[in-house]
Design a protein around this ligand. Structure first.
Ligand SMILES: Cc1cc2nc3c(=O)[nH]c(=O)nc-3n(C[C@H](O)[C@H](O)[C@H](O)COP(=O)(O)OP(=O)(O)OC[C@H]3O[C@@H](n4cnc5c(N)ncnc54)[C@H](O)[C@@H]3O)c2cc1C
Length: 546
């Protein structure tokens, strides 16, 4: 069964290796997790629903609790501490568009807000009911999940938008195809959620981001249905798909999506390369991206992340041997950086991509260490989020944030973001272990993905205040560097205050007006994306009670 206050299936564990625990203690101090609030206690405290139960709508406390929060750090604190604050008043499980029409009518009559819910894996507060807002109904789209058609000649598949990653890939694989969209949340996130948040998968270099894969579909809104035929290309005015991508539930329900699929690849390899330092690695990766090699992944960790990845992987003796061997060649801790590069396709393409990339790596001082690191990464690519559970149970919280900047600013921006986070923690006399990798690369720039590990504080308000200080500092630094507030996680509530810096006043108004055209009464997911009122990080997170 899915964990209600953590990540993933409760039969799956990813324990923290002993050595990694000692190493973390050395980095940021020893930690004791505060006790979790048990499920039954929270269930008992769920307030009465403000809307009546109906055949389509469940109002029992546990269903409402299980849909109350996503996966952001404030969501974790709320769930673990039993301080959820606001619950949806009901959860609906529509089976088709007729049910959605009934839900629109119900919302109009009752004044309830509707929150589209895919897999609930949002990390920026997308699916949380608004605090002090109207009664809310979370609309779980999991029943809309069928493979409706597959046009093999056009390589287009049509799915119900509530389909989760593993089901989508299994349905395509049965016909010899795949989508290739692999966010780390693949296990639970859905096609509709990917589109609504402009998500990016780990092999976007080959398969494309979701906006490249989303060929067309249908969104039902309170004002009517929007059809988006899967034109291979069109010059007929603005592309409506671009409005739906990133709409974050503010315009309507994406019910169906046509996606561009690929035949299953004949070959796929992931190779490890080490560089003596981050600067050399970044330069090599820039050249690989700009050489337009047919690679499927370039993931370059900085020195601290390389250290963390190797330590958290366990296998202490093996890792120690690797450190010593690489050290003899001059690739030393703490500066050495690990690059994982992926090549996917037919054997000739894979060979060309691999050899082209390794040539560039060698010219930049990189050393190829074969496929072992890549195989290990591939095996645990969807398992590593389970570390969030085991680290929390040892008293450590993990959060991530990300942006993208042009190549000319990658090094300064990455350095400044990490420094801002460390400084913010320092003002509260805490240490944070922050590290980065380049996760998605393009010809003109690369996304910077930062992970922070810090101690869970004895009081949930302290944990939230520490997180909010670091998050605010990092977001302000991102904006100061002209980076986007999100390359892949979306806006939700946590990033909403920074959207105007990116879109400008007119741009933001265009987004608002578009949402209003689809949803004149403002019933769709209020408070998200452009925010309807100013809410601080602390208020959104619930610092200062409830
Ligand atoms: C461990 C972990 C790893 C992650 N890794 C990645 C990653 O590698 N890449 C990445 O891009 N993201 C990642 N994320 C973030 C998250 O998984 C994505 O934002 C994902 O796209 C959300 O999909 P979901 O189905 O869970 O949507 P939800 O969280 O349920 O909803 C997100 C937003 O989309 C709206 N929405 C959902 N479905 C629909 C629909 N059918 N119609 C209209 N609106 C809808 C909701 O209203 C909400 O505003 C990660 C999250 C976690 C917890």
């Amino acid at each position: 069964m899915r964990r209600w206050n953590g990540w993933g299936d409760d039969t799956v564990d990813y324990p923290v290796p002993q050595g990694a625990h000692r190493w973390l203690e050395a980095q940021i101090g020893s930690a004791t997790p505060p006790p979790d609030t048990p499920l039954h206690q929270i269930v008992q405290a769920v307030p009465d629903a403000r809307i009546p139960a109906r055949p389509l709508i469940q109002t029992d406390a546990e269903t409402r609790l299980r849909h109350a929060r996503g996966q952001s750090l404030p969501d974790w604190v709320a769930l673990r501490a039993g301080r959820i604050g606001t619950f949806p008043d009901g959860v609906a499980f529509p089976q088709d568009e007729d049910d959605l029409a009934a839900l629109f009518a119900f919302a109009r009559r009752s004044g309830a807000a509707l929150i589209p819910y895919g897999g609930g894996t949002s990390v920026v507060g997308h699916i949380n009911p608004e605090r002090d807002g109207p009664p809310s109904l979370t609309v779980d789209l999991s029943a809309l999940s069928a493979l409706e058609s597959l046009d093999e000649r056009s390589r287009l598949a049509t799915f119900g938008a509530g389909v989760r990653g593993p089901h989508l890939e299994a349905a395509l694989r049965a016909h010899g195809y795949m989508l290739g969209h692999f966010p780390q949340s693949f296990e639970y996130s859905t096609l509709g959620g990917w589109i609504a948040t402009r998500s990016s998968g780990q092999q976007s270099l080959y398969y494309g981001r979701i906006e490249d894969l989303f060929a067309g579909g249908r969104m039902v809104t309170p004002a009517g249905a929007l059809e988006m035929p899967p034109y291979p290309a069109s010059a007929a005015g603005p592309d409506l798909r671009q409005l739906v991508l990133g709409s974050e539930g503010r315009m309507g329900f994406i019910t169906r999506a046509m996606v561009r699929v690929s035949p299953l690849p004949e070959d796929e390899q992931f190779h490890g390369v080490f560089f003596k330092n981050w600067e050399q690695g970044v330069e090599a990766v820039r050249q690989m991206a700009q050489a337009r090699l047919p690679l499927s992944m370039l993931r370059l960790s900085n020195g601290a992340e390389t250290e963390a990845t190797l330590t958290l992987a366990g296998h202490e003796r093996l890792v120690d041997l690797a450190h010593r061997g690489l050290g003899l060649l001059g690739y030393r801790r703490p500066d050495k950086c690990m690059l994982l590069l992926g090549a996917t396709g037919d054997p000739v393409t894979v060979r060309q991509a691999r050899e082209g990339a390794l040539d560039i790596a060698r010219l930049r001082g990189g050393v190829h260490v074969g496929q072992m690191m890549g195989r290990k990464w591939r095996k645990s690519r969807f398992l590593t989020p389970y570390l969030r559970n085991s680290l929390w149970e040892r008293g450590y919280a993990i959060d991530t944030l990300e942006t993208i900047v042009p190549w000319s600013d990658v090094l300064p921006a990455a350095g400044a973001i990490i420094a801002s986070i460390e400084q913010a923690a320092g003002t509260l006399d805490e240490r944070v272990f922050a590290f980065a990798h380049l996760s998605h690369v393009y010809r003109s720039g690369a996304s910077i993905y930062v992970t922070l590990i810090f101690r869970v504080q004895p009081d949930p308000d302290q944990t939230l205040a520490l997180w909010a200080g670091m998050k605010r500092a990092a977001s302000q630094t991102v904006v100061a560097h002209g980076g986007t507030i999100s390359h892949q996680h979306g806006v939700g509530v946590d990033h909403a205050p920074y959207l105007e810096a990116e879109k400008g006043a007119l741009g933001l108004d265009l987004i608002r007006q578009t949402a209003r055209a689809c949803d004149p009464d403002g019933i769709m997911n209020p408070g998200k994306l452009f925010g309807d009122r100013q809410v601080s990080l602390e208020q959104a997170a619930g610092v200062g009670g409830g």
